[in-house]
Design a protein around this ligand. Structure first.
Ligand SMILES: [Zn+2]
Length: 381
C-alpha cells in the first residue's frame, strides 16, 4: 500500500511559494475499480497530462516565462510517468512541479482522488488533506510468540516491523516436571510480550501518533497491555480481533476499521464540542468562513474543521496575504487591490498546513458543522 504523505511533507509543500513562476499541481485518479489494468492506468495518466497542457495553453494570466517554464514542467512529468513509475498499490497520484521553485515531486496516494489540474503560486494541497494525512495510527498484532506492527490511516496501512520469537515450546521436556515445563513456556511468552512492549516504547519516542490499537486474541491483548510501559499504555485506544500472522495489511485494516471509525467519530464530536465551548466563552474558537479566514491569516489555527465538498469564492491580498469573503475590493490592512480566488476554502486549508495546524474533514451531512457555516476552527490563542 502506497502512503507517501506525511504531515511534515504536507507542511513543506504548503509553505512552498514560487516567487518568479507558477506551480503545477496535478492529481490523477487511479481508482482500481475504474483503472485496474495497466493500459487503463496509462491512458488515464496520458489524458490528465494532456489536460495539464491545455490548462497552461488556455490560462489567461501567465507571462511568457511562466508559460514556458510550465511547459517544461509538463514535459518532465510526462517523461517521469512514462518511464514507468512503480505505482503498484497507488490509488492515485499527486504531482507538484515548478522549475523556478526547484520543485518536482510525485506522491503515491492510498486513496482515489478526483482528477484535477491547478496552476497557482503554491502547490495545491487540499486534496491531500482530504486523504486524512496527519492521523497516523499504529496497530500492533500479537500472539504468544509473534508480533507485527503496522502504521497508517483509515485509508491504508504499511507494515513497519514483524518478529517471530520462536518459543522453545519445542524444546525437550525430558527431565522436567509437567508444571515446571509449563512455567518455562509461560515465562517465554511473557518475555516475548515484554520485548514487544520494549520495541513499541523505543519507537513511540520518535513518532507522533494518533493512537495505538492492539490486535489479537483477548487473552494475548490483555497480557500485552498489562506489560506496557506507561508511555505506550497511554496511547492505547482500542482492541480488535485479527489473524495475527497471515492477514494482509488490507485485511488488518478491515478488521480494525470499525474501531478506527468509532474513534474518529468520537474525536470529531469532541472537537465540535470544544469549538462550541470556545465560541460560548468568546475564546479560542472561530466559526463561519469570514472569522475562520481572519484566524488563518493571523496564524492562530490549531485545528481546522471543514465540511467535505464545501467551497466558496473569496479574495486574497497579493501584498500581505489577507484573506476575505468579499469578491474583490481593497485589502483592509494596506489598501492593495485584492485578487479574486475561486475557492478560498482550499487556500485556507493550505495555509493551515503551513502553520502546523491539524485539518479534519467532516461528512457533508454533519448538521452540527453545517450550522456553524460549514467551516470552523479551534484556535491556539
Ligand atoms: Zn494586504
Amino acid at each position: 500500500m502506497a502512503t507517501d504523505i506525511t504531515t511534515d511533507r504536507l507542511r513543506e509543500l504548503a509553505e512552498t511559494r514560487s516567487a518568479q513562476g507558477k506551480v503545477l499541481s496535478v492529481f490523477i485518479n487511479l481508482d482500481p475499480r475504474e483503472f485496474a489494468a495497466p493500459p487503463a492506468r496509462a491512458t488515464e495518466i496520458s489524458s490528465v497530462i494532456d489536460e495539464a497542457s491545455r490548462a497552461i495553453r488556455d490560462h489567461g494570466a501567465l507571462t511568457h516565462d511562466e508559460r514556458m517554464a510550465l511547459g517544461r514542467d509538463v514535459d518532465r512529468v510526462r517523461d517521469q510517468l512514462r518511464a514507468g513509475l512503480d505505482a503498484d498499490g497507488a490509488r492515485g497520484l499527486a504531482v507538484f512541479a515548478s522549475e523556478p521553485a526547484g520543485l518536482f515531486e510525485i506522491l503515491k496516494l492510498p486513496r482515489p482522488v478526483a482528477t484535477k489540474v491547478a496552476i497557482a503560486d503554491h502547490p495545491c494541497v487540499e486534496p491531500l488533506a482530504q486523504i486524512g494525512a496527519g492521523e497516523l495510527w499504529w496497530l500492533v498484532l500479537v500472539d504468544r510468540r509473534r508480533a507485527r506492527l503496522l502504521a497508517g490511516t483509515i485509508d491504508g496501512l504499511v507494515e513497519l516491523w514483524r518478529q517471530d520469537d520462536e518459543t522453545k515450546g519445542q524444546h525437550d521436556q525430558g527431565g522436567w516436571s509437567q508444571s515446571r515445563y509449563q512455567r518455562s513456556i509461560e515465562k517465554e511468552v511473557e518475555d516475548h510480550l515484554r520485548a514487544v512492549g520494549a520495541e513499541l516504547q523505543r519507537r513511540v519516542r520518535s513518532t507522533r501518533i494518533a493512537g495505538l490499537l492492539i490486535g489479537g486474541s483477548k487473552e494475548n491483548v490483555a497480557q500485552l497491555e498489562s506489560l506496557l510501559h506507561a508511555d505506550v499504555a497511554r496511547c492505547v485506544q482500542g482492541h480488535f480481533d485479527v489473524d495475527v500472522w497471515n492477514s494482509s495489511a488490507d485485511e488488518v485494516l478491515a478488521a480494525a476499521r470499525p474501531v478506527l471509525e468509532g474513534l474518529g467519530m468520537r474525536r470529531d464530536r469532541e472537537l465540535l464540542q470544544k469549538i462550541d465551548e470556545g465560541l460560548g466563552k468568546g475564546g479560542r474558537a472561530a466559526a463561519g468562513l469570514a472569522d475562520v479566514l481572519t484566524a488563518v491569516h493571523e496564524r492562530r489555527i490549531d485545528t481546522l474543521v471543514v465540511q467535505e465538498g464545501f467551497t466558496a469564492m473569496g479574495t486574497r491580498c497579493p501584498q500581505c496575504g489577507w484573506l476575505g469573503v468579499s469578491a474583490g475590493g481593497q485589502c483592509p490592512a494596506d489598501g492593495t487591490q485584492t485578487d479574486v480566488v475561486d475557492n478560498i476554502v482550499e487556500v485556507a486549508v493550505g495555509r493551515a498546513f503551513g502553520q502546523s495546524a491539524h485539518v479534519r474533514y467532516l461528512p457533508a451531512t454533519d448538521p452540527d458543522l453545517e450550522h456553524k457555516g460549514s467551516i470552523a476552527a479551534l484556535l491556539r490563542f
